[in-house]
Ligand binder design. Structure first.
Ligand code: SF4
Length: 368
């Protein structure tokens, strides 16, 4: 298949891996920000192709996983209000909140519908004018523009029963927060390919400029990732960190300007809570006052019980890159995709789900 097969060539992958092995002389710890990269790395066995001195860590790039329990609890509470339909992407349904999940709320009679796009959610609102239709807005800069477009569409069409619970998050501020914390020493970051299609590379340039950490943006095919690792290792070995685009067929430095314009028209940055990381300044997107009639957080007032976490689950550590899924004592035992305890085992971008689905004999440095 054009544009896929050519990025999955085994022979070429072996050649790049051997170039990486020749080039790397020191222990190197890389973080792949994005859950999509974690899944590709595990699926194609890329960790096994890399030399022992290169360690890969997952980061906080799974929007479902980083959604705080308080936000999840709010979505569940909204679904239990009378005359309400909650619409959401499928990944959210089984994520355990503080006291239950959307799936359990649905079993109690809540009208919760899985949608594949905001267009579907708008259609449900058009077809059910007597009900309040709430879309749970989860995602990074990748999805926020489409949600903004849905709000503008609802305004244009006069769809008054549609609203959004915005749990959207911005990626550069959380990378900064992780680097500022100094909790984990990272030598290089594989920046998120899908997000950068929208934002461009410029918002991530601070990583090398201010923190002197290697960074490159990767696509999601095995050769994309290996090429990105090669570029990162080269930067690290040469002591010359800089932003590199290793996904030039999709990324421009300036990003997708129309999509950014849409996002900035409807949303504005706000402090928000990330699971396992806490409140990160200006890392969330709230709906601007001009569009508050579409803001579920403003429309519906709910008394919430305090959020709580399952203390045995190490999703927070995994999202901060201070642990790998196999370091969680529940991994593959009490916690499996069939009976998930934390979001990282539920989401299609979750690190625990990736490690479980594609598990192979572990490298020594992952077995601690
Ligand atoms: S294996 Fe399960 S309990 Fe452990 S960190 Fe992952 S999701 Fe949480």
């Amino acid at each position: 298949m054009k544009f896929v097969d050519e990025y999955q060539d085994n022979e070429l992958a072996g050649k790049i891996a051997s170039e990486i092995a020749t080039l790397s002389t020191i222990p190197i710890k890389l973080m792949e920000f994005c859950g999509g990269h974690t899944h590709a790395i595990m699926r194609y066995g890329l960790r096994q192709l890399l030399p022992e001195n290169i360690e890969m860590r997952s980061g906080p790039g799974c929007p479902v996983c980083v959604t705080a329990n308080a936000d999840l609890d709010k979505a569940i509470a909204l679904s239990l209000l009378p005359n309400t339909i909650v619409t959401t992407f499928g990944d959210m349904i089984r994520v355990p909140g503080s006291y239950s999940s959307l799936q359990q709320a649905r079993a109690r009679g809540a009208d919760i519908r899985i949608v594949y796009s905001t267009t579907d959610a708008l259609e449900i609102a058009r077809n059910n004018p007597e009900k309040a239709v709430i879309f749970i807005g989860i995602g990074f800069e990748t999805t926020a523009p489409t949600v903004a477009a849905a709000i503008l569409r609802a305004q244009k069409e006069g769809i008054e029963n549609f609203s959004v619970l915005s749990c959207h998050k911005l990626t550069p501020p959380v990378i900064r927060a992780l680097l500022e914390s100094g909790e984990v020493k990272i030598d290089g970051i594989i920046c998120p390919g899908h997000v950068c299609v929208i934002t461009g590379s410029r918002p991530y340039e601070f990583i090398s400029r201010e923190y002197k950490i290697a960074c490159a943006i990767s696509g999601f095919e095995p050769l994309d990732i290996l090429l990105c690792v090669y570029k990162l290792v080269k930067q690290i070995e040469n002591g010359s960190p800089r932003m590199e685009i290793a996904y030039s067929r999709a990324i421009k430095p300036e990003g997708n300007k129309p999509a950014l314009k849409l996002m900035n028209e409807v949303f504005e940055p706000a402090d928000t809570v990330w699971r396992g990381i806490g409140t990160v300044p200006c890392s969330g997107l709230r709906i601007k006052a001009t569009y508050q009639c579409f803001d579920a957080a403003k429309i519906f007032k709910i008394n919430m019980k305090p959020a709580r976490e399952n203390k045995a689950c190490r999703c927070g550590d995994i999202l901060r890159a201070t642990a790998t899924p196999v370091e969680c004592p529940l991994f593959g035992k009490a916690c499996t995709p069939e009976k998930p305890i934390g979001p990282c085992m539920v989401s299609s971008e979750g690190a625990c789900a990736a490690y479980y689905q594609y598990r192979r004999p572990e490298k020594e440095h992952d077995a601690a």
